[in-house]
Design a protein around this ligand. Sequence first.
Ligand SMILES: Cc1cc2nc3c(=O)[nH]c(=O)nc-3n(C[C@H](O)[C@H](O)[C@H](O)COP(=O)(O)O)c2cc1C
Length: 184
Amino acid sequence: MATRNIAVIVGSLRKESFTRKVAHSLIEQAPPGLQMEIVELRDLPMYNEDDEGAHAPAAWIAFRDRIRQADAVLFCTPEYNRSVPGVLKNAIDVGSRPYGKAAWSGKPCAVISVSPGALGGFGANHHLRQSLPFLDMPCMPAPEAYVGGIAGKIKDGALADDATRAFLKTFVDAFAAWVERHAS
Ligand SMILES: Cc1cc2nc3c(=O)[nH]c(=O)nc-3n(C[C@H](O)[C@H](O)[C@H](O)COP(=O)(O)O)c2cc1C
């Protein structure tokens, strides 16, 4: 089986981000055919259509190129006010333009949401899913992944809950199969 290059997008800039720790657990548990790497959002300027063209920020160009190189995308999102954090929405917007040249187009993807709350970021997860058909991204329908109560599942800076780790393994294996199904 060919190696598939996966761009992992983490919608948090926080140093001790729970979402990033979950992303790390997914990366650690990925099957051999998936090469998963976090694409950093920290230096991505806010999208402004006035800045497109010859003077577009270098960070936008680099981000779009990085997404284009990926075979698939894994979105890992926290929940801010029952939606996705602005940093993640900005990344989606940057990658979606110039019009007709979206870097995301045709890439299979999956969404996982993470929260200290009981709902596991359900609102963010589904707000994010709303953008995906418009971006022409086939999104893995199941298993759905809402990781709640995350604060109690971290020990010594890493995910330490066996049931959650086992679920993440199921999720990342299903994602590998989804990517393979959509491989061009
Ligand atoms: C502006 C803001 C809005 C938030 N809104 C929600 C929310 O709607 N639902 C929720 O479960 N948690 C909410 N939280 C709490 C986050 O889930 C929590 O800060 C979490 O640690 C963020 O993810 P991270 O650890 O990956 O940075 C909010 C936090 C912030 C800073």
